[in-house]
Design a protein around this ligand. Structure first.
Ligand SMILES: [Zn+2]
Length: 63
């Protein structure tokens, strides 16, 4: 991982693993290729970390 990308991830600017990007009905979601964070697309080439409560599949939230 480059130093620049480490900073970018700290600033919540991630880059997805393209083969892992999927459409969940509302957003494109994926995994950051650098820090493995679960991320969602918020615009052209803009990805941010997903909140844990948005994690969705497999993790039912108790009310
Ligand atoms: Zn990242």
């Amino acid at each position: 991982m480059s130093v620049f990308q480490a900073f970018a991830c700290m600033l919540n600017q991630h880059q997805p693993l393209r083969r892992d990007v999927t459409w969940n009905g509302r957003n494109y979601i994926g995994v950051c290729r650098h820090c493995d964070a679960r991320i969602e697309r918020i615009g052209r080439r803009r990805w941010r970390r997903r909140k844990s409560e948005d994690a969705g599949e497999g993790q039912p939230t108790p009310r």
